[in-house]
Design a protein around this ligand. Structure first.
Ligand SMILES: *[C@@H]1O[C@H](CO)[C@@H](O)[C@H](O)[C@H]1NC(C)=O
Ligand SMILES: [Zn+2]
Length: 443
């Protein structure tokens, strides 16, 4: 049965004449990395970002390399402007359509190969390839069927009516566990194009359960002390759109009446310092905050989940929103670099350090994972998940945005051969983080 479903999905994807991508949307677009050394140059870039509505892959708000996707018609002019300003730049990707085509072709080849073999059980699930949205949902169903203490539940519905599946992992409690156990929340795929996020969340979830069944001490300890709530792919509409139409789509797919542009940046739409710095009031911006806080069904689903937990007297201890890219672990605050850090900051950063150290050591990934308070380390973003998780309904002390691989070589179009390494280091990071909480802040 599953085999048939998968074949149909592959056929639908490849026959939509849409493959690879409906249009040559990115033909001639270049990914350019600019070396920035002075604040005035950042300001100049931010001005261009606003005026030209360019898709900056790394935000021009701190002194670090800035990656920006430049449309084909603007590349020569843009380079002329950079030269005039004496800004050093490097073309990272010559033609993003080629990268996107290769990426989708590789994903389709992997899926077709798998369709020929057929998946019958969870054991056949291939964590080393990227999966379409329906397969992610099927994976959640299969996981719930496989483990008696795992339940799949409907987290919400996307704007286009897709069911957002979530897992509750409620293993038998350790003798030392609180009753009920504190909740750990992991969310993947809020930004559609960050494919490594759902892939990584699925991998470490699957590994944790398998290790638990094998009697592994780490997995037994962690699952005995916490209940895990896991949403592998929150922005289902956006994710599907990256497979069928625009590989580099970021936002939701909810239309904005009176404006031509579709979508909200769901990670600017949360009810936490909404509408302040680092979020745009303009619907065409890739960081559009939405018309009001939580006015997208996907963010509403997150909030409804935590309202219900709160009403039930459940404590949420950890909240991680998994993103890519840049290899960062970002603690509050996100909305302001000037705001005084919260009293919990010391613990948040110590736990993040434990996580980063573990993620560094697994594969010694180039560049490592850097941790720090979001706005100070990186850039200001209001209405973002890490402030929401900490300061709004979930009130989870250990709230982070984790930016996964890489540091810019491939950016959002990360080859599938990096899924397993990303998953392995994230697994180690999760264990280290949860152990920090168990040892230092568990009641
Ligand atoms: C992780 O690796 C990076 C790069 O080497 C380093 O800067 C950072 O301090 C490391 N983090 C920890 C907690 O060891
Ligand atoms: Zn993101």
């Amino acid at each position: 049965m599953k085999f048939v479903v998968l074949l149909a999905a592959v056929a639908a994807l490849s026959s939509a004449a849409s493959f690879p991508g409906k249009t040559e949307h990115y033909r001639g677009n270049q990914l350019i990395r600019i070396t920035v050394e002075y604040e005035e140059d950042l300001k100049w870039l931010r001005n261009i970002e606003e005026k030209m509505n360019l898709d900056f892959w790394t935000d021009p708000s701190t002194i670090r390399p800035v990656d920006v996707m430049v449309p084909r018609d603007f590349t020569s002019e843009f380079k002329r402007m950079l030269n005039k300003r004496e800004l050093y730049y490097k073309v990272l990707r010559q033609d993003l359509q080629d990268d996107v085509d290769n990426d989708l072709a590789e994903a389709m080849r992997a899926l077709q190969k798998k369709a020929r073999i057929g998946i019958q059980t969870l054991d056949d699930f291939d964590y080393s390839i990227y999966h379409p949205f329906d397969e992610i949902q099927q994976w959640a169903t299969d996981v719930a069927n496989e483990y008696s203490f795992v339940t799949k539940f409907k987290f919400g519905e996307t704007y286009e009516g897709r069911e957002i599946g979530a897992l509750e992992i409620a293993a038998p409690a350790n003798a030392m566990a609180s009753d009920p156990k504190p909740v750990v929340y992991f969310e993947g795929g809020i930004h559609a194009r960050e494919w490594i996020s759902p892939a990584t969340v699925m991998f470490f979830t699957g590994k944790l359960l398998e290790m638990y069944n094998n009697g592994d001490a780490d997995a037994r300890r962690v699952l005995g002390m916490f209940d895990l709530h896991i949403v592998p792919s929150l922005n289902g509409d956006g994710y599907v759109f990256t497979w069928t139409d625009e590989r580099l789509w970021r936002k939701s797919r909810q239309p904005n009446p009176d404006f031509g542009c579709v979508g909200t940046d769901l990670n600017r739409n949360f009810d936490a310092f909404w509408g302040q710095n680092g979020a745009s009031p303009w619907p065409c911006s890739i960081v559009y905050r939405g018309f009001t806080p939580l006015n997208n069904p996907e963010t509403t689903a997150v909030d409804a989940h935590f309202q219900a937990l709160k009403a039930a007297g459940r404590v949420t201890k950890v909240f991680i929103d998994w993103h890519s890219y840049s290899q960062l672990i970002l603690a509050p605050w996100s909305y302001s670099s000037a705001a005084e850090l919260p009293a919990e900051s010391e613990n948040q950063l110590a736990a993040a350090a434990a996580m980063a150290a573990a993620m560094n050591s697994t594969n010694s990934v180039a560049g490592g994972y850097i941790h720090g308070p979001s706005a100070r380390l990186l850039y200001e973003a209001s209405g973002a998940s890490n402030d929401y998780g900490f300061a709004s309904t979930p009130a989870a002390t250990y709230t982070y945005v984790v930016e996964l691989r890489d540091t810019g070589e491939y950016g959002f179009v990360l080859p599938a051969d990096q899924i397993l390494p990303s998953g392995e280091e994230s697994y180690d990071g999760v264990i280290a983080l949860l152990d920090y909480v168990i040892n230092n802040d568990y009641d």
